[in-house]
Design a protein. Sequence first.
Length: 355
Amino acid sequence: MDLRYSRQLALPGFGADEQARLAASRVLVVGAGGLGSSVIPSLAAAGVGTIGIIDDDTVELSNLHRQLMHSVADIGHSKVSSAAASVADLNPATIVVALNERLTSVTAPELFADYDLVLDGSDNFATRYLVSDAATLAGIPVVWGSVSQYGGQASVAPPGGPGYRDLFPVPPSPGAVLSCEVGGVMPTVVALIGSIMSTEAIKLITGIGRPLVGRVTIVDALTGSFRELSFEKDPTAEPITALIDYDAFCGASDSGGTAASELMTRRDDFTLLDVREPWEVELVSLPGAIPIPLGSLPVRLGELDPAKPVVAYCHHGVRSAAARDILTAAGFDASHLAGGIDSWALENDPDMLRY
């Protein structure tokens, strides 16, 4: 063991006791995508004893430019199984608990009770608020990070705060923050934020250094700059006493959704609207759909027949839900394809899932 970890054991203030704390630790990672692909190997390489990984997604070709833990051979397979295989190759001494499922308000309390620390590498606000609240109730710290386009941020929320809700008391409106699919993402920023998260986790476990508590590190890759934002616990905030419906809280529920099984059987009854980006439409699309990217929709509503119901769709259903809200506000009879084009593909053409 000493040879494997010899370079970190040589660090000032880092010795056998700190290494033993890593070996005894149990860390939960939420998300095996971009941030998870940086965090999980780093923790395993450092000697974390047990890593729980929860994610219900599968590997897609478009993931691979930033999710370096996965490879072409993993396309179509679950991300947690790919992650577990990567850890086994890197450090067989690390135990992996692979959970190929979505984190929910029902499963989170029991799951969090089994870990010392959680790292939130999720890509949506509903999960971030769920992780924050569940960790508060479990009395364990959270290391969280997020990335958008050329920038990212990371922080640590200890039991009792200050935490994620102190910094972001309410979620943004649906569609206000661009996803990686819509806005793009610099892959190196994902690795950078993931490295900061891993470092904070190691500091918390071993007791070295000064954790990012009450501080957020903000990275701007275009200028190569780092800055720090300080924040405090909100003394007026209501205490977290129970977990809630976070999809509803963040406005991301599938109310107003159309099931994939209904889509083509009623095709003549509505306008089918594709709100993905042009490059996605070129890869695969549904017959007869009108392509208008979500970002252009407010100024291109005149291209749609207001007398005809509209069903919007995207890749996974997030952008189309935002499009539904835009259309409804403009007076259209609108819904969206729940689950996106992936849900349609599962029933009709699984090859579409590879984009």
